[in-house]
Ligand binder design. Structure first.
Ligand SMILES: *Cc1c(COP(=O)(O)O)cnc(C)c1O
Length: 433
């Protein structure tokens, strides 16, 4: 069907509809034909440093030989099998391996396909936990500016924004609160108190709100809030879809907290960025609430590809690499380099609120106001960095780095230097105008 001599980019424009992409202003997509380590190569052979780990999923670099070998062995052994009434070694081994590294109170693993579905499962578990115990509840507590995915339940518990606006009337009621600070905690608690008996669960991104703009907050304040919510009978649903698997400098954000969640959601880095897979884990208490004589007490949820063996095997391989001394050293090394960059730009004129949590480094461009004129500057900044061979896709006026752990010191330095160079150039352009 396609016209001869067209590029992949041109052929793509004719047939594909891309995520989070305003159609009127979208240019042709860059066609990536190969990946290796921290690099991506486009159809013209141009090389890019993948400094955002391909939407935060990649841990060990692209086309990792060990993961490829493991997945290919699985592919030749068993590609898929129904997961109701059947199981397979890779799902069993992965659940065992995950429960070994997750907080000690996590007891059962429920598989799904991606981050959004992991959240949907967590929400259904929470509401039905209350239902099965004859204490039905009708709402959820969540943070403003939170992001938990794009399916309806996940949208409902995310912050309200332009992304959810067309569906506003269709989203179930959620009680939204601000991120906790020393100053606002008493106020937040008083506010929650009015609704507490209707709240099935509190859903939150621990330490860093990713898509909402890399907003970071203190573990101690979250711990206080979690203790309070638990005392009010809510289940704690910890969304570690972005921050899990080393991003915060530790295996999980949970490792920075004293309070243990009741339910955890994982995806993104779970398979090292190789295949889609979602995980929702829960405590024995929650699992037990579904062991009822009444058949309607069953968790009626499942996807055709639940616990896909290829994805489970990729996750096992990724976890193996992640636990190695080499990867742990790389995480510490990147965190250290980020800290040095922070010190370097602390007084820079147009980089504001530089912040860091582990290997996540974020900065605001221009002033911190939501509609800062600099917002428009982000697209040129993105383009200029791409030209320099760096993939750094900003969120609004927030520029951030979440590199794969295999990135070299030299490539990290090149990213830092290029950011400063490109931003300095944009300031000069503006002052000339
Ligand atoms: C990306 C993300 C999700 C949704 O995951 P998908 O796999 O994109 O559906 C949920 N929560 C957080 C914190 C995320 O960053």
């Amino acid at each position: 069907m396609h016209i001869q001599n067209q590029t992949w980019g041109q052929r793509d424009s004719a047939v594909n509809w891309h995520p989070f992409t305003p159609l009127k202003t979208a240019g042709e997509a860059i066609a990536i034909v190969r990946g290796e380590g921290a690099y991506l190569y486009d159809e013209n052979g141009k090389r890019y440093i993948d400094a955002i780990a391909s939407w935060w999923v990649n841990l060990h670099g692209h086309a990792h030989p060990y993961i490829a070998e493991q997945v290919s062995d699985q592919l030749r052994t068993l590609e898929h099998v129904i997961f109701a009434g059947f199981t397979h070694p890779s799902a069993v081994a992965l659940s065992e391996a995950l429960l070994e590294v997750l907080p000690g109170n996590q007891s059962k693993v429920f598989y799904s396909d991606n981050g959004s579905t992991a959240i949907e499962v967590a929400l259904k578990m929470s509401f039905q936990y209350a239902y099965n115990r004859d204490q039905p509840k009708s709402t959820v507590l969540a943070f403003r500016h939170g992001y938990h995915g794009d399916t309806f339940g996940a949208m409902a518990v995310s912050g309200r924004s332009g992304w959810t606006e067309p569906f506003a009337d269709l989203l179930f009621d959620v009680i939204h609160i601000d991120l906790p600070t020393e100053a606002n905690l008493p106020e937040i608690q008083a506010f929650i108190d009015h609704h507490a008996d209707q709240i099935a669960c509190f859903v939150y991104e621990p330490l860093v709100q990713g898509a909402g703009g890399m907003r970071m907050y203190e573990a101690a304040h979250l711990d206080t809030l979690l203790r309070y919510c638990r005392s009010k009978g809510m289940l704690l649903v910890q969304d570690e879809i972005f921050v899990g698997f080393g991003r915060t400098g530790r295996m999980f954000a949970a490792d920075h907290l004293t309070e243990k969640p009741d339910i955890m959601c994982l995806s993104k880095g779970l398979t090292g960025g190789t295949m889609p897979l979602g995980v929702t884990t829960c405590t024995a208490d929650i699992h037990e609430a579904f062991r009822t004589d009444n058949v309607y007490g069953t968790l009626f949820h499942g996807h055709s590809f639940t616990a896909n063996p290829l994805a489970c095997r990729a996750a096992l391989a990724s976890l193996h690499l992640l636990k190695s001394a080499e990867t742990q050293a790389a995480i510490a090394r990147i965190a250290h380099q980020h800290a040095q960059f922070r010190a370097r730009v602390a007084t820079h004129a147009i980089i504001h609120s530089v912040r860091q949590c582990g290997v996540i480094l974020a900065m605001n461009l221009g002033d911190d106001g939501a509609d800062s004129y600099f917002r428009n500057q982000c697209k040129p900044v993105f383009g200029a960095l791409l030209q320099k061979g760096i993939l750094l896709r900003p969120l609004g006026n927030v520029l951030y780095l979440v590199p794969p752990y295999c990135i070299s010191d030299a490539d990290l330095q090149y990213c830092y230097d290029s950011i400063i160079e490109v931003l300095t150039e944009s300031v000069i352009e503006i002052s000339i105008e």
